[in-house]
Design a protein around this ligand. Sequence first.
Ligand SMILES: Cc1cc2nc3c(=O)[nH]c(=O)nc-3n(C[C@H](O)[C@H](O)[C@H](O)COP(=O)(O)O)c2cc1C
Length: 195
Amino acid sequence: MQFDISVVNQLIQERRSIFPVHYSGEPVPRFIVEKMLENANWAPTHRFTEPWRFKVFTGSGIAKLATFQANMYKEQNSGNGDFEESKYEKLLKKPLLCSHIISIGMHRDEKKSIPEVEEIASVAMAVQNMYLTATAYGVGCYWGTGGVTYMEEAKPFFDLEASDKLLGFLYLGMPAKAWPKSRRRPIREKVQWVD
Ligand SMILES: Cc1cc2nc3c(=O)[nH]c(=O)nc-3n(C[C@H](O)[C@H](O)[C@H](O)COP(=O)(O)O)c2cc1C
């Protein structure tokens, strides 16, 4: 196998989270979303459980998701005094800035008895494959864990069972501005070599 390593390095290091306020409103071509999903499916998986489960919302599906999450927030917080109208409005409107939203689910295969943390790790690797594929096509995306992410009652909406987990959402859109820069502390601060 031969790869252009400088391209691989550049792709990994220039991958960025690009947020919905910076999307142009232009749709992401479907073939790119399909390629992202196909590449997600090639993530490493302990005992081939392939635990990633995605639901892709686009077009009127995004409004359905937005209404669902805003209503769930209202239901859960109306009685306890924690309800904020501005948060409700954000849950309702922010998704509409996106071309696609992919819910990120982890499905437990109890029969294979893989530790849950490994299944979550596997799904995260699938998400990284989507991030990198999006970057290669010049598509913006980011993994967000707000809204209904950790609400047990939300799971059925995403076709997840009680033992599954919703890990958040991958928001997608065409970038309206120049590709952003980021920063990292040096890797040597996080590595020990044992010779
Ligand atoms: C598991 C996970 C959850 C995240 N959740 C959020 C989130 O809820 N809101 C947010 O603004 N960014 C979220 N991010 C994206 C980070 O903000 C982003 O990765 C970080 O700022 C580094 O920027 P970069 O991805 O462009 O390198 C999340 C990232 C990961 C890996």
